[in-house]
Design a protein around this ligand. Structure first.
Ligand code: FES
Length: 575
């Protein structure tokens, strides 16, 4: 399939039509093999709709996808299509080691190649857990046949002793308080049992919820899809509607590259900032844009953040969770509130524009979605920091930092690797106090490897016991979208390729100024040159297989961490 696949290359036939109408040996084989599964000649005349079902018992967030797939099929049949389910790899955050980020690009490749290799006319991509939706969106842009994303929905709220719990924001809080000796082993077990009580993905505005909102804001999922809780019957209704709608997209030949454009990416960034979404979304949006041939600079995120108030009162930056956000209207109500800031003319999978879709949408709950004119905070959730410590940028979720640390200068306490961090963070002799800046090196795309979510560097136990709950922490790693605290992540270039982060030493002064968008290492140039001359790359984590391919071809965080060879040729140059 060429990148510009169109029906004129097949005499005006759809891909599925050409597949079954072949008059030679292969047509005979295609028809007879397919009919052996119980399909009739009438069925073979219908648009063929691939349904990418990423069910896996190694991915809790997709545990209900078998059932969801049946509802999509029902919609496809109702609309006159022929549904054909297929698998790809499925990556669940807590299950994949060292990190799902290692496999996001593999899933994107798997999905793209499955779509291109099979003569399907359209595809429904069912995803949910953090890396799955970005992988599917990247694949959808590259394969570019009609496609809709159906996300699996968030879990219901956890409940314990009258308190609402959210994964994984409260996972951190419970384990932190357990470590500080404030809760017992038994209480921890009770919390484990209570926090995740239904199917679905993490139910705060973590990466999964953010990417679901982004799929909707881009126009690639039907309006209202993102926030419906996984067990709610309306999630099944949404699955059926999605099945119906993909058939219409095939008839109208509306494709991802008609929908995902620089303007719709701006809309997705606006929504991300208004709901203080995950920092991971920045990497994924840059990667999705890259598949279009659009180099999306970090400055664009900062520009949009500066002009998009934070208005969605959902954890980890706010008070409520996805269940309440759904009751408050979800992404359509959010987009209605920020409509003056959106590109209303962008096409969506409804076949209409953003403006069309927002006709008649209400914003019913001002405790959940604040007015643009009276927001929770005047700017969006994420700020981009630059300086001599992060020449190509670093990110901070500014809505989740402690106010007293927004502007801070402190002495570095350096950990040279995740293993070093684990070995020494709770050492009673560690020379650290609450004003120190914790620095983790060699945890970036090529470093750790694959940039794991370990940027929420633990507070040293001796400070925890003294009541310290936040410190400035800096790394080239990522954080979970459910994390909170003064966490500077995605420092680029990373330490493992010689970036300045790798040149920091214990005792160096580091200055953070969020409002000034500054991250500076106060060490003179000559000393830095000397350290750079002595710098040695850490040993590679892999010497064969997919891991080696990853190390050799992955791009830096500010470039989306895609593989260079998956970008269109014009973007295949690193900075
Ligand atoms: Fe899948 Fe959190 S573990 S979304």
């Amino acid at each position: 399939m060429s990148e510009q696949d169109d029906r004129s290359e097949r005499g005006g036939q759809r891909r599925g039509e050409a597949f079954f109408n072949d008059t030679g040996l292969w047509g005979f084989i295609h028809r007879s093999f397919t009919k052996s599964m119980g399909y009739t000649d009438d069925d073979l005349k219908k648009p063929v709709i691939g349904i990418c079902n990423t069910f896996s018992e190694l991915n809790k967030c997709h545990s209900h996808f078998r059932e969801l797939t049946e509802y999509v099929k029902r919609g496809v049949w109702q609309a006159g299509g022929l549904p054909m389910e297929f698998p790809t790899i499925s990556i669940g955050e807590p299950y994949v080691k060292p990190t799902t980020m290692l496999l996001r690009n593999l899933m994107a490749m798997d999905t793209e190649e499955m779509i291109k290799a099979h003569q399907i006319d359209g595809v429904v991509l069912i995803g949910g857990c953090d890396k799955t939706v970005p992988a599917q969106l990247m694949a959808a842009v590259s394969a570019n046949i009609p496609a809709i994303v159906l996300t699996g929905g968030p879990m219901l709220n956890g409940k314990l002793n009258g308190r609402t719990l959210g994964a994984c924001t409260d996972c951190y809080q419970f384990t932190l308080e357990h470590k500080a000796g404030n809760i017992t082993d038994e209480q921890l077990t009770v919390a484990e049992n209570a926090i995740c009580r239904s199917d679905g993905h993490c139910m705060v505005m973590g990466t999964a919820s953010t990417m679901a909102a982004i799929a909707e804001a881009l126009g690639m999922a039907l309006p209202g899809c993102a926030a419906i809780p996984a067990p709610d019957s309306r999630r099944r209704h949404m699955a059926e509607l999605t099945g119906k709608q993909i058939v219409q997209l095939v008839h109208r030949d509306i494709r991802p590259r008609d929908i995902i454009t620089p303007e719709s990416i701006d809309n997705a960034i606006r929504v991300t900032m208004a709901c203080a979404g995950s920092t991971n979304a920045i990497i994924h949006l840059v990667a999705i844009a890259g598949r279009l041939g659009y180099r999306l600079p970090l400055e664009r995120f900062d520009e949009i953040s500066a002009t998009t108030p934070f208005i969605v009162n959902v954890r980890p930056s706010g008070k409520y969770q996805m269940e309440e956000f759904f009751e408050a209207g979800g992404v359509p109500s959010l987009m209605k509130e920020i409509e003056p800031l959106l590109h209303g003319g962008c096409l969506t999978v409804t076949g209409g524009t953003v403006t069309d879709n927002l006709q008649g949408v209400l914003v019913p709950d001002r405790e959940l979605i604040y007015p643009l004119a009276a927001p929770i905070a005047p700017q969006g959730g994420i700020a981009v920091l630059r300086g001599n410590l992060s020449p190509n940028g670093a990110l901070i979720k500014q809505t989740a930092v402690s106010p007293h640390l927004r502007k801070h200068t402190g002495r570095a306490v350096v950990f040279t690797s995740p293993a070093d961090l684990n070995a020494r963070i709770d050492d009673p002799d560690l020379d650290v106090d609450e004003n120190s800046v914790l620095v983790l090196q060699n945890a970036g795309p090529k470093g750790a490897p694959a940039m794991p979510e370990i940027g929420q560097i633990p507070i040293p136990k001796k400070l925890l016991l003294r009541g310290v709950r936040d410190m400035v922490r800096i790394s080239d790693a990522r954080i979970s979208g459910t994390s909170y605290g003064t966490l500077i992540v995605h420092v680029a270039p990373e330490a493992a390729i010689g970036g300045p982060l790798g040149l920091v030493r214990d005792g160096d002064l580091i200055e953070l100024d969020i409002d000034g968008r500054k991250l500076e290492l106060h060490v003179d140039e000559a000393t830095l040159r000397e350290r750079s001359a002595q710098w040695q790359a850490p040993p590679p984590a892999y010497d064969r297989g997919y891991g080696l391919l990853f190390l050799e071809r992955v791009l830096q965080a500010d470039e989306g961490c895609d593989f260079d060879f998956l970008l269109p040729p014009e973007l295949r140059t690193t900075k």
